[in-house]
Design a protein around this ligand. Structure first.
Ligand SMILES: Nc1ncnc2c1ncn2[C@@H]1O[C@H](COP(=O)(O)OP(=O)(O)OP(=O)(O)O)[C@@H](O)[C@H]1O
Ligand SMILES: Nc1nc2c(c(=O)[nH]1)N[C@H]1C(S)=C(S)[C@@H](COP(=O)(O)O)O[C@H]1N2
Length: 203
């Protein structure tokens, strides 16, 4: 038997994915946010994932209500949003997210802006936040569908090594610390960082 075969199977995880866009939610254009989130997470994680998707307009109270529902009724350990983080009048995702926060996790937004500045100078306009509510981590990502992979995965050199680590590298350990399932990443997509004492044998 190989070492990987002797390991227990990865724990299942419920992940809320929320696309926040006036135009995609009203059918003006096709939503590309939910497929991009689902595709990247399925490539990055060994864990079986149950996705809980929502496509909603840029309405502050509706966004907060959706986040509470995903955390409290749907028991999602992780919730990723995309869209509504810029400076436009209708962009209220950060306010809606902070309104349901028990703790703020400013490092995610800081790192996201560092990564995004390597791709576009307008990253300085992005206001993403991350928070903890109960035992769930909620993270805002920018609305451009291509920005989802850029921020989660970071910037890689041509040999695949990380030039700027993506924000997802810190997600599994954060989820450990709030009592969620043990998330196992595929190193070629995203190498999770955990201190040695928190690591289980690699798959
Ligand atoms: N869910 C989505 N699906 C496809 N493309 C999107 C989506 N959200 C954003 N985009 C694209 O990224 C750009 C910037 O996103 P942003 O969140 O600022 O949208 P917006 O201009 O506020 O409009 P809306 O809320 O109607 O998507 C959009 O103009 C659009 O081209
Ligand atoms: N990685 C990455 N981050 C990005 C972008 C991008 O193209 N790639 N677009 C920026 C732009 S133009 C804006 S206005 C802000 C906010 O985007 P949102 O309102 O679509 O959430 O995200 C920024 N962050």
């Amino acid at each position: 038997m190989t070492e990987a075969a002797a390991l227990p199977p990865p724990e299942p995880v419920r992940i809320g994915i929320v696309s926040i866009s006036d135009r995609a939610s009203s059918g003006v254009y096709e939503d590309k946010g939910l497929p991009a989130l689902q595709d990247w997470l399925s490539r990055a994680l060994h864990n079986p994932i149950e996705f809980v998707p929502r496509l909603i307009p840029d309405e502050q109270y509706g966004i907060s209500a959706t986040l509470i529902e995903l955390v409290e009724r749907e028991a999602c350990s992780l919730v990723l949003t995309t869209g509504g983080t810029g400076p436009a009048l209708r962009d209220v995702t950060p306010e809606a997210t902070l309104a349901v926060a028990h703790k703020e996790m400013p490092g995610f937004g800081e790192q996201m802006r560092q990564i995004s500045l390597r791709f576009v100078p307008t990253a300085i306009l992005s206001r993403q936040v991350a928070v903890i509510r109960h035992q769930s981590l909620i993270i805002n990502l920018p609305g451009q569908p291509k920005a989802i992979q850029e921020t989660l995965e970071g910037l890689k050199a041509s040999d695949g090594s990380a030039l700027v680590p993506g924000i997802f590298a810190a997600v599994p350990y954060c989820v450990d610390l709030i009592g969620g399932p043990y998330l196992e990443t595929r190193d070629e997509v995203c190498k999770a960082f955990r201190p040695k004492t928190a690591q289980r044998p690699a798959r």
